[in-house]
Write a new protein. Structure first.
Length: 265
């Protein structure tokens, strides 16, 4: 079982490296990348969950419509990816639902940073996917947190997948920089061990970052970006489909998990 997701946000990574990057330009990159992702998913006949910021939803309603029309799930990812605020859990739900015209059931905090569990529950979300249970200095130190799904205060927490024991993260950077055969082998290891696999990518990864030195992006982010990343995503999906894996949206996984949990009581 595969839970494929995309953090669908405005492209603010250059700002992390001291580059003043206006929202209008950031949205051009993210619109392009999201449409590339949707093309790959459509060609393979699989569905995913798109965690969208309020900024993205407001400035790209036509892309939100395409996401929904093609059978994918829309969830929330804060409001302004660069400047998260404490009430974003509520505001993002209001904004994204207003643009999408549908109810949203899940949340992921920008950069998978900590978020108030109390607010998640108050906002009415069924699941929270804001945990990367890995050890990445300067970003995540989560070696003692659960590495698989668990329930907290009635909300299902769905961490990103890491390998058993050493907790090597299998998120976007890994697919950019590992040889495909090694990444695929680690994914299969997680599937055998956990029974499911959770990963996430971003629209801007599918833009030709190597052609823009003015972004001042590190090599590990630019590596295999653009068309190469679209091909890697395509290869990943085809490998998983060949293995007979089913692609499920996060809400469907949540409902099945909670139902199974209730049946054991």
């Amino acid at each position: 079982m595969v839970l494929l997701s995309f953090d669908t946000e405005e492209f603010d990574v250059p700002r992390e490296h001291g580059v003043d990057f206006p929202l209008e330009e950031a949205m051009k990159v993210s619109r392009y990348g999201t449409n590339k992702i949707l093309d790959v998913l459509k060609a393979n006949g699989v569905h995913a969950t798109f965690f969208c910021t309020g900024n993205f939803a407001t400035h790209a309603p036509e892309v939100i419509k395409r996401i929904i029309d093609e059978g994918h799930e829309v969830a929330c990812h804060g409001v302004d990816h660069w400047q998260p605020k404490s009430d974003d859990v509520f505001r993002s739900k209001e904004i994204v639902e207003g643009v999408a015209g549908i109810k949203t059931y899940g949340y992921r905090q920008p950069r998978m940073f900590p978020v108030s569990d109390e607010n998640i529950k108050k906002a009415g979300f069924l699941f929270n996917s804001s945990l990367n249970p890995a050890c990445i200095p300067g970003r995540y130190i989560h070696l003692l947190t659960p590495r698989t799904a668990f329930v907290k205060d009635g909300v299902l927490q769905i961490p990103a997948s890491v390998t058993p024991v050493v907790r090597f993260p299998l998120f976007w950077l890994a697919l950019h920089n590992l040889p495909e055969w090694l990444y695929f082998a680690l994914v299969r290891r997680v599937l055998r061990h956990d029974g499911y696999f959770v990963t996430y990518f971003h629209p801007w990864e599918f833009y030709e970052l190597k052609e823009h030195p003015e972004f001042k992006m590190p090599f590990i982010i630019k590596n295999h970006s653009g068309e190469q990343m679209a091909q890697r995503l395509d290869d990943l999906i085809k490998m998983l489909k060949k293995q007979g894996e089913m692609f499920v949206k996060f809400t469907d996984f949540t409902n099945a998990y909670m139902k199974k949990l209730a049946s054991k009581k």
